[in-house]
Design a protein around this ligand. Structure first.
Ligand code: NAP
Length: 235
């Protein structure tokens, strides 16, 4: 928060709710106004029915000690889930003002489209794994569909890959920008239309570097070089 981050990503699943407690505490103890932060949290796959969705949200709000969530996501689809039933609950939460926006996570194309039909308000994001070596959601068509349909891609696990320190192209571009390879990996994501990212770090220096990466401007040539610098499934 001191660095300037305003978007915090958590989930009922993370540390069995303790992550939400810490996010709430950080907002209160830094005396940050509620409207100055954007809180994303998520309902777990085992809670995807009407009553459980309502209960999960109540529990998240209680742990956060907040009266609304900015963005509420379905964390993962589950086998046999009744998406219609889950969205009945999610739509009610938006109508009741407990949730401002809805989104999904780890959803493939068919489920994204179903969610758009079931949601009374726009699905504003699909949170997916996306990084230089991980193009799964490019290959399955989700990235392009979301970009064309005004759905933000929230790229998770953006820098946790083995080759981040040794990929030659990444290293050279980092050097040219006096940046670290981690920063370039983040800049490559946020330079793309409708892509945001949520890096995680325990290290204050990394936290600052990740924030500053948003200012790095990569050229079209560098973007293409990075696009092509990993073979399929090459981490
Ligand atoms: N929706 C989902 O299913 C889902 C799944 C996974 C993750 N997520 C979300 O995405 C967030 C990030 O994903 P993630 O934690 O899996 O992966 P990540 O952010 O790509 O990687 C985190 C790791 O990278 C290191 N790191 C971060 N910035 C660095 C930097 N500038 N220089 C060097 N090392 C750096 C961190 O170590 P240090 O602590 O030492 O910096 C940490 O070990 C999670 O916190 C979570 O909110 C969502």
């Amino acid at each position: 928060m001191e660095v300037g981050y305003t978007h915090f990503d958590t989930a009922e699943y993370y540390a069995a709710g303790h992550s939400e407690e810490l996010v709430g505490r950080a907002v209160r103890e830094t005396k940050t106004k509620r409207e100055d932060v954007f809180i994303t949290t998520k309902v777990s796959p085992e809670h995807l029915n009407y009553n459980d969705v309502l209960n999960s949200c109540e529990n998240s709000l209680r742990r956060l000690k907040m009266d609304y969530i900015d963005l509420y996501l379905i964390h993962w689809p589950s086998i046999g889930m009744k998406l219609e039933d889950a969205f009945r609950g999610l739509n009610k939460l938006v109508r009741d003002g407990k949730v401002k926006h809805l989104g999904v996570s780890n959803f493939k194309l068919k489920l994204v489209k179903q969610s758009q039909e079931l949601s009374e308000t726009p699905i504003i994001t699909n949170q997916i794994p996306y990084s230089l070596p991980n193009r799964t959601y490019v290959e399955n068509g989700v990235l392009e569909y979301c970009q064309q349909n005004d759905i933000l891609i929230t790229a998770y696990t953006p820098v946790k890959f083995r080759s981040v320190r040794v990929n030659k192209t990444l290293g050279e571009i980092a050097k040219a920008h006096a940046a670290t390879p981690f920063q370039i990996a983040l800049a490559w994501l946020v330079m793309q239309p409708r892509v945001i990212t949520i890096p995680m770090s325990f290290n204050p220096q990394h936290i600052k570097e990740n924030f500053d990466a948003a200012e790095i401007q990569l050229s079209a040539k560098e973007m293409t070089q990075l696009n092509n610098a990993w073979d399929k499934n090459d981490d």
